[in-house]
Design a protein around this ligand. Structure first.
Ligand code: NAD
Ligand code: MG
Length: 386
């Protein structure tokens, strides 16, 4: 392989992040070689990607009826552990972890064993297994490069800060699709309303998370783990234009921001190319065209989920895992139109109330706490028909 050629596992290959990462691979055929491609259910889409990118291994959650003849040279793996199997079958320098939900946690865990760098989009892996994952990354000397735009922005600002102590991290938040809705209207927001994100084009689950603003809560927890920053020094500002992707504040009050159009190819390419920067095709930022940048305080009364996440992390143990598990259950039910939008947050809150304080010492403990929270949340779905 040429010197700067890196092999990469793309986990969540058919998703919003996965396909944009593959756009960057296609732009730089002399820099990236795809070791494996993994997806959930859309086999035909993965077949098309496999024809284009020729991975050594490929995985699907569900085994399809057959594998096309021209793809039989690839090592195929199936089942809930398909990402773990694919990582082991075709070791890669880097793993882009872009499976959605706690379903991606085991892949992150294995990627730390077999890859030298983890490019992390799958924030739920840190919300649920953060302390264990970060300890393992440190112990094995692995780089965790953030892909989430806010964390990528902070990472880029920290690079520019050259080790100067940081007083605060300031995450920006677009406000989501229901930013200007009143509480009564929000309760019955339809799936279509919620999926119409004003600035970012993303997968369905994270778009719902943006509308409830639990996404920002998950990101507070993600930032806490990635940058070893106490929760009390992580602030959030609402910034509807999504141009400032996040900021760091120094002890003298100076603030450093990273800006760009809302285009995930930016943060994905920063992680993939690090320490080099790769042109990725996004429009250059012209601030005179943007005109004005505005910032507001988050509104807790209408969007209680963000503080619920902060509180769950303060409680520690099984609480952030329960927050995430209950949210995954509630969001899935909302997307299937089984519950109203206004029921998502109460289900999470009630699940947290029923969660016992306990220590989480292993990934098995994480999965057990997740299962318990899902059972609790599911029992509430039954009691709360839409
Ligand atoms: P998506 O729904 O568009 O894609 C998810 C991918 O994971 C798909 O390829 C799907 O097939 C695969 N997948 C789902 N369950 C799986 C399983 N059990 N095993 C194997 N593959 C599975 O989601 P997305 O929007 O790309 O988000 C992916 C992750 O990145 C999430 O954790 C999200 O929070 C994070 N993220 C996304 C964005 C964005 O712009 N989309 C931005 C920041 C962070
Ligand atoms: Mg984000």
């Amino acid at each position: 392989m040429p010197d700067n050629m890196r092999s990469i596992a793309i986990l969540g290959a058919t998703g919003s992040i996965g396909t944009q990462a593959l756009d960057i691979v296609a732009r730089y055929p002399d820099r990236f070689r795809v070791a494996s491609l993994v997806a959930g259910t859309r086999a035909d889409e993965l077949f098309a990607l496999a024809r284009r990118f020729h991975p050594r291994a490929a995985g699907l959650l569900e085994e399809p009826a057959c594998i096309p003849d021209d793809l039989k040279d690839i090592e195929w793996v199936f089942g809930p552990d398909c990402a773990v199997q694919a990582l082991k079958a075709a070791p890669a320098d880097d793993a882009l972890c872009a499976i959605v939900g706690i379903a991606g946690l085991d892949a992150v865990w294995t990627a730390l064993d077999v890859c030298s760098r983890v490019l992390l989009a799958n924030k739920e892996a840190l919300v649920t297994g953060g302390a264990l994952v970060m300890e393992k990354a440190r112990r094995l000397g692995r780089d965790m490069l953030p892909v989430d735009s806010e964390h990528s922005a902070i990472f880029q600002c920290l690079q520019a800060a050259h080790g100067v102590p940081v007083a605060k991290l300031i995450l920006t938040c677009s406000g989501g699709a229901l930013r200007d809705w009143d509480i009564a209207r929000m309760r019955t927001a339809r799936v279509e309303d919620v999926l119409a994100h004003p600035t970012w084009n993303m997968g369905a689950k994270i778009t719902v998370d943006c509308a409830t603003r639990i996404n920002k809560g998950l990101e507070i927890i993600e930032a806490h783990h990635l940058f070893s920053m106490p929760l009390s020094r992580i602030d959030v500002v609402i910034h509807p234009q999504s141009i400032v992707h996040s900021m760091i504040e120094f002890e003298d009050g100076a603030v450093l921001a990273q800006m760009g159009h809302p285009d995930m190819r930016g943060p994905i390419s920063v992680a993939m190319g690090f320490p080099q920067r790769l042109a990725h095709g996004a429009r250059p930022l012209d601030l005179t065209e943007v005109g004005s940048l505005t910032f507001e305080k988050p509104d807790q009364a209408r969007f209680p989920c963000m503080e619920l996440a902060r509180e769950a992390q303060r409680m520690g143990g099984a609480h952030p895992i329960a927050l995430n598990g209950a949210n995954e259950v509630a969001v899935e039910a909302f997307l299937k139109r089984e519950i109203a939008f206004g029921q998502i947050c109460p289900i999470i809150e009630a699940t947290l109330e029923k969660t016992e304080v306990c220590d989480i010492r292993s990934i098995e403990d994480v999965h057990a706490a997740d299962e318990a929270a899902r059972r609790t949340a599911r029992s509430m779905l039954r009691r709360q028909p839409c």
